[in-house]
Design a protein around this ligand. Structure first.
Ligand code: AMP
Ligand code: FE
Ligand code: FE
Ligand code: ZN
Length: 289
């Protein structure tokens, strides 16, 4: 089994990179990608662990980006970057700016929350190892520790929800700019969980074709079609789009560890042919196979 999307505690996963690799090996994964949000900080440990546990590893990043669709809607787009050069200064500089903005935004959210709940930023920072990317999951974990909500997911459906008055958005890269940065660093770009915000009852003709075509023209290499959050109507439409433009199609778990999210390692997988296309197109870093 090939699973190309998983998180560690260097972003919002619960496992250390070593635990992630060990859990993947136990789950029967032969090739795993580590894809923390906006950081390569977990790569070294994951590579070491993959060698120890004897599985293949594709180092990657899930890059936070924002796009404005042709119809004028601002949307958050997560872009998976496989095998980029982790020393590419343009890419790393951009990721560091996103991380910084995520820090500012998390502080602001916690400052709003602290007016109504017994929580402070110290407690949030204690949820993460040094160098990791902060996000709402760390705030959720602090809320759980303070006894304000029972679980991470409960925080997401209530006070951390996008529509909550405590919510603040971060500044991230423009999607097209991110595609360029990743590709210039030798990486392969695959859009993570496309169209998850699309209502399940939506019709095919409502799907944002022009938005996707703009990104494909900008060099988008692939689509993560098989992901638990991608609605069925979108999957068919995305496969047609991939066929038409000869894009890579992947399937992945987006595992965040036990208590991180319900997603299980290997629940969605990628074919060996598609993995080979990723490896052949990448030039920034050597995969461990
Ligand atoms: P942020 O990027 O800081 O706005 O937080 C979004 C992140 O939180 C995503 O990357 C998800 O992995 C994670 N997330 C979203 N919904 C949930 C949930 N219900 N439970 C746990 N984690 C979630
Ligand atoms: Fe996440
Ligand atoms: Fe994501
Ligand atoms: Zn993810």
């Amino acid at each position: 089994m090939i699973d190309l999307h998983a998180h560690t505690n260097f972003s919002d996963g619960k496992d250390t990179p070593t635990e992630l690799v060990q859990n993947a090996a136990r789950a029967g994964i032969q090739v795993l990608a580590i894809t923390d949000h906006d950081t390569v900080a977990g790569w070294d440990e994951a590579i070491q662990a993959a060698q120890n546990f004897g599985i293949g590893l594709i180092p990657g990043i899930e890059v936070s980006t924002r796009a404005v669709t042709p119809s004028g809607h601002g949307v958050s787009v997560h872009m998976l970057a496989y095998l980029p050069d982790p020393n590419d200064q343009a890419l790393i500089g951009a990721l560091n700016r996103t991380k910084e903005s995520r820090m500012v935004r998390a502080r602001e959210m916690v400052s709003r929350l602290s007016k109504d709940y017994p929580i402070d930023f110290e407690l949030v920072l204690r949820q993460l190892p040094e160098g990791s990317t902060i996000g709402r999951p760390a705030i959720a974990d602090a809320l759980v520790e303070a006894g304000i909500v029972p679980t991470r997911s409960d925080a997401f459906t209530s006070i951390l929800h996008r529509t909550s008055s405590y919510y603040v958005s971060e500044k991230s890269l423009d999607t097209i700019e991110a595609i360029g940065l990743i590709k210039r660093a030798g990486g392969v770009t695959v859009m993570a969980h496309p169209l998850i915000d699309f209502p399940p009852g939506a019709k095919r003709e409502d799907l944002p074709r022009a938005h996707f075509e703009t990104l494909i023209e900008a060099g988008l290499d692939g689509l993560e079609v098989d992901h638990r959050a991608v609605p069925d109507v979108a999957r068919h439409w995305l496969r047609d789009m991939a066929l038409k433009h000869n894009l890579i199609v992947t399937g992945s778990s987006d595992y965040h560890g036990v208590g991180g999210k319900d997603n299980l390692l290997g629940e969605n997988v990628t074919s060996p042919e598609m993995l080979q296309r990723i490896i052949d197109q990448a030039s920034g870093f050597e995969p461990l196979t």
